[in-house]
Design a protein around this ligand. Structure first.
Ligand code: PEP
Ligand code: MG
Length: 843
């Protein structure tokens, strides 16, 4: 009689079953259908299968699609080892092994694997396996029980614990079709419990080999070989920032993404506004996606790698609807796991899209292990020197590592690697883990931020730069390098030992002074990490910084490449625009992306985005800028700030800035406010407001607040007249000092005269605060002075200023100083956190 598919619960465990000691014990279940499994089944079916069952049972009713299948249990595995005469011998052999003796480890592990794979499956296991496969084939809708293609995946019983990912430890086989191929794949999975890396991993995490068994999942294939697939994290894997879902995507089967064979597309979705009904795709980034894994019909191997056509490489894999569906599913899955665990449970999910039907599926989900239980410490590295940059790629983690280069093309070259070297490889293989953890840093040619090498490096806390394209060619053995992941998303490999300083801080220990502290921040790459600081928001996001570092193209040139005299420049601009229909569309998208990332990082705290304030000489330096910028003798007091926005020479470009901001606010990120810089007269303020309104940014509509920089003496003197036009003032002490003292702030000759603490400047600032308050609007400061001089911050706090915006570096010192002063005016250090409700400063 063929074995039937049974439920998880063993008859002997059933407390409600009537006691019937006379009946013989029921046979152990070797097969369980996914819909009979949940997380409680982990000891029997391993983490991966338990999770699939949990998803299928609990999340399909909510609309999440999961392909069906079944698990071959750990009991089947144990019986296989037992019947093959391998246990307990192999356990003793493994416990005796010196894990640092890599050649001995490799030889022993290989011998064990070969014996496991060669032994025939026990008859009872094979019968159960094939019966379940036939049933699945029938259920898949094929005529009769024609053999369907399945994925055969290992699922170790110690897998996916909150502290250990076991990611990629054991094998998976895709496009397995037919009974004999299935039988073979199952034995190969069994054997893969004893890969070198899995043995080392278990030993280092204190698991006894005998305590870990292997279940095998057999799952209906999603034809993503004809479609696409990828990975989802329900937090930013780099920083642990919890408010985003990160979806990566590539063409073909998902292995290329998981194993880092390609640099996938990446999409970031903001959770709180998605939950509120918006469509907040913060970022869409095209990956290189050079290859894809497809079915190899007729060949000896079931799958093969294929080059991706250029047009497909350049385009996005996912449309917005698909990205949002996946993000919603990921949030549902995360919520389900969190409710079960009783604590936040960020998830790492694999998805696939069937190319025949365009249907999306979740094919795996497990708790994310790196950030899950880690207290949010705040580590910063500051570069204190420089050197030539040899290669760049995507940074993984935020650390810096130094050492001599060791280029390793394949596992055969691994023995040459010495601890403390920088491992440089086309791509690391999961098998290399024992070596990886001794590296000072890892640099790869291929891969994206969610590939296996990235996950492992992150877990080990090793700086890693992936997707450099050419590191194995450009770096050579023995060369001293510094690998920096501390400078945002771009990972840099410098020649030589570049000095870095490391500081560590627990943001939760910082005091909160009564006057809100904000941040001057324009680099969205570091926004998620810095959002942990106890800042009240971003007091100044300078768009000109975003334009120069993220876009590099003059906005008028983006709008009118046809007006450029140099065809090479026009071609370079089109090249940069990549997948976008026009360079202007590219410009708006990049600007909106940067603003959206910043707004999401600090949401719901305010982010004050300041319209661009380049000087003409700076604008001319952008790609295509020269023909659009007049030559001025004194650009510092020239065609800059508000004066440009309503002028025919720039009006259209200003429209692009407005469009980007409007796009971000339409994502539900209403915490974005705007600020007008260098506004010389009241009439000019009116013109700019009208221009903004014409481009979809009307003050007051949907709560839009408009701020004005208070940085020209006229802004101070006429504060009462500017005030009714805006919602707040922000003092630009840099320009205000320049214009009060008549000192060009860029002049080295006069640098000794430039000082914001001059009594005249201080008096102007006092007057500004007083007049703004008299006119009933709040006033903050975003100039450099309080960041450079903590005593200046005290002076401002005493004036009753409403906020102080600082460089992130300066925030801890200023927060501490202001809080101490507030607690104890005589200067005595205050223990613990201040009572932020105490009204110490009055206005
Ligand atoms: C200022 O002038 O103080 C200011 C913050 O603006 P920027 O330095 O960009 O001119
Ligand atoms: Mg200024």
């Amino acid at each position: 009689m063929p074995p039937t598919l049974t439920s998880t619960r063993r008859p002997t465990d059933d407390a409600t079953a009537p006691a019937a000691p006379a009946t013989p014990a029921a046979p152990l279940p070797y097969v369980l259908r996914f819909d009979a499994i949940d997380l409680a089944s982990l000891p029997l079916v391993g983490g991966k299968n338990a999770s699939l069952g949990e998803l299928l049972r609990n999340l399909t009713p909510l609309g999440v699609r999961v392909p069906d299948g079944f698990a071959l249990t750990a009991d089947a595995f144990r019986l296989h080892l037992q019947e093959a005469g391998l246990t307990p011998g192999i356990y003793e052999e493994l416990e005796r092994l010196d894990a640092h003796d890599l050649p001995a480890l490799a030889a022993t592990a290989r011998a064990i694997r070969e014996r496991i794979a060669a032994a025939p499956l026990p008859a009872a296991v094979r019968d159960a396996l094939l019966a379940a496969y036939r049933e699945l084939s029938g259920a898949a809708g094929a005529a009769g029980a024609a053999a369907i293609d399945v994925a055969v995946r290992s699922s170790a019983t110690a897998e996916d614990l909150p502290t250990a990912s076991f990611a990629g430890q054991q094998e998976s086989y895709l496009n397995v079709r037919g009974e004999e191929a299935l039988d073979r794949a199952v034995r190969d999975c069994f054997a893969s419990l004893y890969t070198d890396r899995a043995i080392v991993y278990r030993r280092e995490r204190g698991f006894r080999h005998a305590d870990v068994a292997l279940s095998v999942g057999v799952q209906r294939m999603v034809r993503s070989d004809l479609g696409s697939a990828g990975v989802i994290f329900t937090l930013d894997p780099e920083t642990g920032f919890r408010d985003v879902v990160v979806v990566s995507a590539a063409w073909g089967l998902g292995e290329t993404v998981v194993k880092g064979r390609v640099r996938p597309d990446e999409y970031l979705v903001h959770k709180p506004t998605l939950a509120a009904g918006y469509r907040p795709i913060l970022r869409r980034e095209v990956g290189t996606k050079a290859v894809k894994l497809v079915y190899a019909e007729g060949g000896s191997r079931p799958v093969r790698e294929e080059r991706v056509a250029d047009a497909d490489r350049r385009r996005l894999v996912l449309d917005d609807d698909a990205v949002l569906t996946l993000a919603r599913w990921a949030m549902l899955i995360e919520q389900h796991y969190a409710a079960r665990a009783g604590r936040p449970t960020p998830m790492d999910i694999e998805w696939a899209r069937d190319g025949r039907t365009d249907e999306l599926f979740v094919v795996q989900a497990r708790p994310e292990t790196v950030h899950a239980d880690r207290a949010p410490r705040f580590e910063t590295w500051h570069r204190r020197g420089t050197g030539p940059v040899l290669v760049t790629g995507q940074s993984v983690g935020t650390r810096v590592g130094q050492g001599g280069v060791r280029v390793v093309h394949s596992a055969a070259e691994l023995p040459a690697f010495r601890p403390g070297e920088v491992l440089v490889a086309p791509m690391t293989d999961p098998d290399w883990e024992p070596v990886l953890k001794r590296a000072a840093a890892v640099v790869t040619d291929e891969g994206g931020r969610t590939c296996h090498a990235a996950i492992v490096s992150r877990e080990l806390g090793i700086p890693c730069v992936v997707g450099t394209g050419a590191a194995t060619r450009l770096l050579h053995d023995g060369q001293a390098v510094t690998v920096s992941c501390a400078e945002g998303e771009r990972g840099l490999v410098y020649e030589g030992r570049v000095p870095f300083q490391r500081t560590e801080l627990d943001p939760a220990t910082l005091p909160l002074p009564r006057v809100p502290l904000m941040l001057n921040l324009a680099n969205p790459d570091v926004a998620f990490a810095l959002a942990r600081l106890p800042a009240a928001g971003v007091g100044l996001m300078r768009l000109e910084f975003v334009i120069s570092t993220w876009i590099g193209v003059h906005p008028m040139a983006a709008l009118h490449p046809e007006r450029l005299h140099d065809p090479a420049v026009a071609a370079a601009i089109h090249e940069r625009a990549g997948r976008f229909a026009t360079p202007a569309a590219f410009f708006v998208d990049r600007l909106a992306t940067a603003i959206a990332l910043m707004a999401a990082a600090f949401h719901p705290r305010p982010v004050i985005v300041r319209f661009s304030d380049f000087k003409t000489n700076e604008y001319a330096g952008l790609l295509g800028g020269e023909p659009f910028e007049p030559l001025e003798a004194n650009p510092m007091i020239g065609f800059r700030g508000a004066s440009r926005y309503y002028d025919d020479r720039y009006r259209e470009a200003f429209g692009l800035e407005c469009e980007a901001i409007a796009r971000v606010r339409a994502m539900g990120l209403g915490n974005v406010k705007v600020m007008i810089p260098f506004c010389r007269t009241v009439a000019e303020a009116r013109k700019v407001l009208a221009e903004m309104a014409a481009h979809g940014l009307e003050r007051g509509r949907d709560g839009l607040e408009v701020y004005l920089m208070c940085e020209i003496p006229n802004n101070v003197v006429l504060a009462d007249q500017f005030a009714p036009l805006v919602d707040g003032y922000s003092i630009g002490s840099n320009d205000l000092t320049q214009l009060a003292l008549g000192v060009d702030r860029d002049s080295e000759l006069l640098a000794h005269v430039f000082d914001e603490r001059d009594p005249g400047v201080e008096r102007l600032i006092s007057l500004a605060v007083e007049t703004a308050h008299f006119a009933g609007i709040p006033i903050g400061i975003c100039g450099q002075a309080p960041s450079d001089y903590p005593e200046f911050a005290e002076f401002l706090a005493d004036l009753g200023i409403d906020s102080i915006s600082l460089n992130p570096d300066s925030l801890p010192a200023v927060a501490t100083r202001l809080a101490r002063r507030m607690q104890a005016p005589d200067g005595a250090p205050a223990p613990g956190r201040p009572d932020t409700r105490a009204p110490v400063f009055g206005t």
